[in-house]
Every structure is written in C-alpha cells, then in structure tokens.
Design a protein around this ligand. Structure first.
Ligand code: ADP
Ligand code: MG
Length: 629
C-alpha cells in the first residue's frame, strides 16, 4: 500500500460548483450516510466494466491478468477504509478532471434541485446520490491512488479533506486500477466495521456483477455480494422480492416498481432481459433521471449503460437490463445501432412490454389506472410515432368522457360498444382542461341525445389525434367540426320551438357580423345548441386544427385561424338580443352584448387574448343596465 510520493504535492482549488456541493454536504445532517459506499462501489464497478470492454479489443493494458474485482479492507483501530479496484484507472489529468470538477450528471442534478426543490436536502441526497463527493459525509480525509490501464501513463495520487482544495502528486503504483483510502470522521467511526460494511453491501450493491471482497483486521477476505445476473435466470426461479431488490439497486429508486417483465427467448434473437416500469414518473422522467436507456450486456459484459435503440423513444420511462448473445462481443457502441439484431430485439421487447401492460389492465384495473395517470402521455406519444405498434397501443388508451365523468376512464372499445345505433363516428372534444371542456357549448347537442363524447384535454392529445384518424374502424370526429356527421334519429332542433321570426333573427345575424368583422369567418344559426347561446366552430378546411392547442401552448405569438360563430336562436339571451336589434337598433347595449357573447366563447375555449380591463369595463356596463330598474 505504499504511496511513495515522487514529486512535491501540488495544491489545486476545486471548481466553484464542487465547493458548493462540498459545503452542502459538510453541513447536511443526512442520516443515511451509508450510501457513500454504494457510490464508491458503483464507481469501481463502472471502472471494471470499462476495462472489461476495453480488453475485448485491446490487449496492451497494464496488468491484463488482474482479477476483475473490488477489495474492501477495514482497519477498525485506525478508522480507515480502503476500497480497491482493478478497473480502468485514472492518470493525473483524469484525476483532476473527474474529481476536481462536476463532470458527471448526478451531482449536477443534485445541485440544481438543492437550489429550487422544496424537498429536504436529505431526500435529495438519497434520491440522486451525489457520486464520489458523498464520501465527504463520512471522511476526514480521502486519498485516491490510481494507475490508468494505459501502459505509458504514470500513477498519480489525489488527496483532500473536503474543504476548498485538493492536492496532487505523482505516485508509485504497479497494479492497474484505483485505490481509495478513507480516514473516517470521528462521528462516522461506526463504518469501520467489516460486518457493517457487509450489510451495507447486501442492501445496496448485492447485484453488482464483480465480486466485492471485504476483509476485517484479522479475517480472510470474504465475498459480500451475490453477483447474480438475475436476468439470466429462469423467471420461475426468481421471486417478487428479488425483482424488487434488483430494481432498487439498479436504479437507486426507493420505491418498488409497478411492473417487471422478465423475458427469456432464443428466437428470433437470443435475449435475456428484465424491464421495469417504475411506480412514478417523477424519478423516471428525463427531468430527474440524468439519462434514459436500458443497460445493454452481451454475455454479462456491459456494452452500453444507456442504450436508446433497444426501445422506442416513447418508452423512455422503462428501466432495465437487456443481454443478448447474438450481439457480437466486439461490437462497438456505435455499431449496436446499425446491427440487425438490435432491430429484432427492439421489436420483441416492445411488443412484449405492450402485451404485459395490456395484461396488467385486464387483471388489475387499479394498478393500470396508476400506470395510466403516470405514463399515459408516453403511450399517446407512441400512438403518434410508432405505427407498427398501433393496435397494441390503442388498447392501452384510456380517456375521460361525458359517460365516465371526471372520475372514471373508458377504453375506445367500451366507447364503441355504447355507441348509438346510427352513430358512425367517435366524437371527441379538445380542450385545455377537463373543467372547461365539460362546460363547453359544443356538448349541448350530445348531452341532449345521450351521445358520448371523449374528453381530449391532455397537452399531447391534439398531437395524438392528428395522427389517429380512425380507431376500431370508426373515424374520430371533433365536436367543433362544422359538418358533423350526426346519428340519424337525433334531429337538430325543430322549427316549432322558435322564439323569434326568421326575419328578426336574420337581422341579428347581420348585426353580429358587422360588429365582429374579421374576427369570425361567418355567423350562422347553430342547430346543435341547446343550453348555450352560441359556439365557435372550425371550418372544415382548417388544416390540422387539433394542433392548435399544442401550438398555442408553445408558440408565443401564435394566431389561431378564424372560426365560424354559430348562434342558438332558442336561447333567451339571443331571442331578447334579436328583438332589441330589430326594435331599437341604436341601443348602446347591443354592441357590448355581442362582444361579450363572443369573448365568453373564447374564454371557454381557453383562447381569450384580449384585455381583461376592457372586459371588466364592459361587464360593468352590462350589469349597470341589468340592475337599473
Ligand atoms: P459518476 O459516477 O456519476 O460519473 P462520480 O462522482 O461518482 O460520478 O465519479 C466521477 C468520475 O470519477 C467518474 O465518472 C469516473 O470517471 C471517475 N471515477 C470515480 N471513481 C473511479 C474509479 N474507481 N475508477 C476509475 N474512475 C473513477
Ligand atoms: Mg458514480
């Protein structure tokens, strides 16, 4: 263990963000400090994975025969822990780069979140881990001695007490890899125990694939982890608790997964895989997970940590491991992408995953609802992007509707089964929120005739429906369509209930046209309105109007196409306004009333862009008139 320092120590300053992080760690009262070991073991395991991969093609490395293992030694009396690996190692420059800045993503995400999240610091540390620096929760002083795998590189030593500086020197180290010596803080002396470290390894690092030897003062080294490649076992031999444990150690997620899918097949391609659907999107979404992708192995050798080709992009919330012997061992990370086996695997994994989700829906509706609320948006993204899986994806869709209300969900199949005898289309309403969609005047007619309408109120729904023209052989139709294909036997209003004569009503239409001018494409009688005075409809040639909701949300100066205003001549407001127009055409209330009628519709549509102050003025004027007598 000699670390002959061959050059004088050089003292360097940490980058600002590291200082920040160290400062937070030094002052945190985090109780779960044992995760420092998980972080160091995970780094050692990464380094071993990388040398293993390197040696597939390169034999000119230091110590080619070294066992790919991690050794931990404890000195109880001196309160020292040493963690040694035969991994890829680091030269002097790499030590500075890797341990003097925040090059890796975990700690950076941590810093961002520590700045803005309401979660306590403790929760955040537990959730993300803060990588190497977490060692300073328990260490008085840390020395890292490392020798890179490259024969020409010299060994180097890095040392720090976790304040604002670290020191560096050249060193003597014949073996390849990294050795980390930790002098424990007084209040962390509990970790200087082989037994304690073994139990921490069991809890956090049991599935690390390289042996972790732990050696106490007097003892022989003992392997502390089980090292099983769980995905290579027969599914019938793996218990639920093992899957859960494996998932937690793989992802550092504290919550059990919602679903696991263990796939073992030899045709059309060899695959051993365990995929997980997490319980919550929060930790899986790109926002909190630094990088998505499954771990790709070939014969237990890690080829790629975040593979993005084995599952389609919209399934990026899925975690897991895929191992295939059909991928050539010397496959480079770049050629994984173009390999035909990758395409086969992707197809097999995707269809199995979607099938298992369907089974979940059939067998456990409550669990499926949880899945849907967390990840439904991803499935809808799939509808718009994965045409080959369209049928399977359609079965996974769930919507609220005028039938289910705000608390239930319906499938499209169930909707179709409830359709009226003469109904040909599946109706939907697009809206910004369920609350406003429920009150939309477009639904008058459908309510009256008990025709079900699906609520499409997710941000992504507009995008989805622009790609989903037909389901179960039925066209989808927007209720704001000017030329609705309505079931026979549910006639629009009959003329006998008219409140005003055609002539008087026509005068109103003309007047409204004059007041609103360019803001509407046309003004006409609305025959599908019941309880609402008016509605705005899109004309049939409005290309891709479903995308309006999406564009409105993302484009700052988006101007929606002009719509047609339909007016309900049976509505008391409309009848009274018609009479006013024909009998007292100069009345000062006519214009504000027309304006307000129009703005109300825009408000309901979530599209009002006018001035609030002007509207309040106008409403007060109308109130004044209404309250006059
Ligand atoms: P992360 O593991 O997320 O990259 P860490 O803070 O844990 O972040 O480690 C920072 C970097 O230091 C690693 O990316 C790696 O390059 C290097 N490193 C840490 N430990 C070792 C080790 N045992 N062997 C080789 N490199 C290491
Ligand atoms: Mg790490």
């Amino acid at each position: 263990m000699a670390d002959t320092v061959e050059t004088p120590m050089e003292s360097l300053e940490y980058r600002t963000e590291v200082k920040q992080l160290l400062d937070i760690l030094a002052h945190s009262l985090y109780t779960d400090r044992e995760i420092f070991l998980r972080e160091l073991i995970s780094n050692a395991s990464d380094a071993l994975n990388r040398i293993q991969f390197e040696m597939l093609t390169n034999h000119d490395v230091v110590d080619p025969e070294a066992e790919l293992a991690i050794h931990i030694e404890v000195d109880d009396e001196a309160k020292l822990i040493t963690i040694r690996d035969a991994g890829i190692g680091m030269n002097r420059d790499e030590l500075v780069e890797n341990l003097g800045t925040i090059a890796h993503s975990g700690a950076r995400t941590f810093l961002q979140n520590a700045g803005q999240s309401q979660n306590t610091l403790e929760e955040i540390i537990g959730q993300f881990g803060v990588g190497f620096y977490s060692v300073f929760m328990v260490a008085e002083e840390v020395t890292v001695l490392s020798r890179s795998f490259r024969p020409q590189d010299r060994a180097a030593m890095w040392r720090s007490t976790g304040d604002s500086r670290f020191s560096l020197a050249d060193a003597e180290k014949p073996q390849r890899g990294t050795e980390i010596r930790i002098r424990l803080k007084e209040d962390a002396a509990e970790f200087a125990s082989a037994w304690r470290l073994e139990s921490i390894i069991k809890r956090h690092s049991d599935y690390v694939s390289f042996p972790i030897y732990v050696k106490g003062e007097e003892d022989e080294p003992k392997i502390a982890n089980r090292r099983t490649a769980l995905w290579r076992q027969s599914p019938s031999k793996v218990g639920a608790a093992e899957y859960e444990e494996f998932y937690k150690q793989l992802t550092f997620d504290e919550e059990a997964p919602l679903l696991h899918i263990h796939m073992v097949a030899d045709a059309p391609a060899n695959v051993r895989s365990i995929l997980f659907v997490p319980a919550k999107r929060e930790r899986s979404s790109l926002r909190l997970r630094p990088e998505h992708g499954v771990r790709l192995y070939s014969r237990k050798i890690l080829i790629q940590e975040h593979n993005k080709e084995l599952l389609p992009e919209y399934l990026r919330f899925v975690e897991g491991v895929v191992d295939s012997e059909d991928l050539p061992l010397n496959v480079s990370r770049e050629t994984v992408q173009s390999n035909p086996v990758t395409r086969q695997l992707r197809k097999a994994l995707t269809s199995r995953l979607l099938k298992d989700l369907k089974t979940l829906a059939e067998q456990d509706a409550a669990q499926y609802t949880t899945f849907w609320t967390e990840f439904g948006a991803f499935i809808k993204e799939g509808i718009a992007s994965d045409f080959a899986s369209r049928d399977a994806l359609e079965e996974l869709l769930r919507f609220r509707s005028t039938h289910t209300g705000a608390d239930g969900w319906t499938t499209i199949k169930e909707y179709v089964a409830r359709m009226q005898p003469d109904q040909n289309a599946i109706y939907y309403i697009l809206g910004d929120s369920l609350k406003s969609a429920i009150r939309s005047p477009h639904l008058d007619y459908f309510r009256k005739h008990a025709i079900e309408v699906l609520y499409f109120t997710d941000f992504i729904d507009g995008y989805m429906v622009s790609q989903l023209r037909e389901v179960e052989g039925k066209p989808l139709q927007n209720v704001d369509d000017a030329n609705l294909d309505l079931p026979k036997g549910t006639p629009a209003e009959d003329a006998s209930a008219l409140q005003v004569s055609q002539d008087v009503f026509d005068q109103l239409l003309a007047r409204v046209k004059r007041v609103l001018g360019e803001r509407v494409r046309d003004v006409r009688e609305g025959k599908t309105l019941v309880d609402s005075p008016a509605r705005l409809v899109s004309s049939e040639d409005d290309f891709a109007r479903e995308l309006q909701y999406v564009r409105r949300a993302i484009e700052e100066d988006y101007v929606a196409p002009v719509k047609i205003l339909e007016i309900n001549r049976h509505h008391p407001i409309v009848a009274n306004l018609s009479r006013l127009v024909s009998e007292d055409g100069d009345n000062a209330l006519i214009e504000p009333a027309v304006e307000q009628l129009f703005d109300n519709l825009q408000l309901l549509d979530g599209a009002y862009q006018g001035s609030v102050a002007d509207m309040v003025d106008r409403i007060q004027k109308l109130m004044g008139a209404a309250l006059r007598d």
